[in-house]
Design a protein around this ligand. Structure first.
Ligand code: HBI
Ligand code: FE
Length: 288
């Protein structure tokens, strides 16, 4: 999850200049580990038949089977052997440039804290369950792992061209809230969905949200909310298509984007390949 309410201004006490800190694995309490197990078991019930197969393959490859908060070092040794990635502990959201620098170097930033038992359903700030259970299994897939590196490099370039907002939308609508086509039908790709029991059902089964075929420029123009279910989901044809999209020439794209207005969240476009046109009932009830 990203774009939460606060970002630290400078590396807090105990963090290195690159914002990483020791996970202090032995500091997790019995309650912390129990919270992980509760979240894991609840998510696995709802994700069967809903998450992309690469997600389950990653859980198996990393032996992430719900015994408690994982030890980042041991997990990273397995992950690194597969795709060269490691998971580094950070205190929470880190500045964009720091985040992109880590991604470009195959380091995934994971908050070390875990939510409290009374926050099971939703929290604004990404905790270790969202970051590790939601994001890390897909980093075992070589194509997705390469996408995340290209995204990180793109972020460092975008930072120099004032295009971070557009690029953050790409991350939001793919890495956090993306859907993906499979031979068996639509599946969940995004970590923001995978780590939420209610949105895991909503994104695939509700008549409320739009579902539109992924288009890089369209996604980078589309606004989003961070505090409720998404009202539009973009459907990626395959992991390879996502990687290929980020290998495009972004500077020409950024020049076009600079001249084009943002697209409001529920405003379908004439060029959209609409998979389902939602009735937006969820948002209407929220705003009533
Ligand atoms: N920091 N720890 C952490 N995790 C994120 O997902 C994250 C971040 N900082 C910035 C950020 N994401 C966004 O800029 C990206 O979504 C583009
Ligand atoms: Fe996230």
């Amino acid at each position: 999850m990203s774009n939460a309410t606060h970002v630290f201004e400078a590396p807090p006490e105990g963090c290195a200049a690159d914002w990483t800190q020791d996970q202090r694995f032995n500091d997790y309490s019995g309650e912390d580990h129990a919270t992980w197990v509760t979240l894991y078991e609840r998510q696995m019930q709802v994700l069967k038949g809903r998450a992309h197969p690469a997600f389950f393959k990653g859980l198996d490859a990393l032996d992430l089977h719900g015994r408690g908060v994982p030890d980042f070092e041991a997990m990273s040794d397995r992950l690194e052997a597969l795709t060269g990635w490691r998971v580094v502990a950070v205190p929470g959201l880190v500045p964009d440039a720091v985040f992109f620098e880590h991604l470009a170097n195959r380091r995934f930033c994971a908050g070390r804290f875990i939510r409290k038992a009374d926050q099971l359903d939703y929290l604004q700030e990404p905790d270790v369950f969202h970051d590790v259970f939601g994001h890390v299994p897909l980093l075992c897939d070589p194509v997705f792992a390469d996408y995340m590196v290209e995204y990180g490099k793109g972020g460092l370039r975008a930072a120099g061209q004032g295009q971070l907002a557009n690029l953050a939308r790409l991350y939001w609508y793919t890495v956090e809230f993306g859907l993906i086509e499979t031979a068996e039908g639509l599946r969940i790709l995004g970590a923001g969905i995978v780590s939420s029991a209610s949105e895991s059902r909503f994104c695939l089964e509700s008549a409320s949200p739009h579902r539109v075929a992924f288009d890089l420029e369209r996604v980078m123009r589309t606004l989003y909310r961070i505090d409720d279910f998404q009202q539009i989901y973009f459907v990626i044809p395959s992991l390879q298509a996502l990687l290929d999209a980020t290998l495009a020439d972004f500077s020409a794209l950024y020049e076009r984007l600079a001249r084009l207005p943002d697209i409001p969240i529920t405003a379908l476009q004439p060029t959209d390949r609409v998979i389902t046109c939602g009735d937006q009932a969820h948002a209407a009830a929220r705003d009533a």
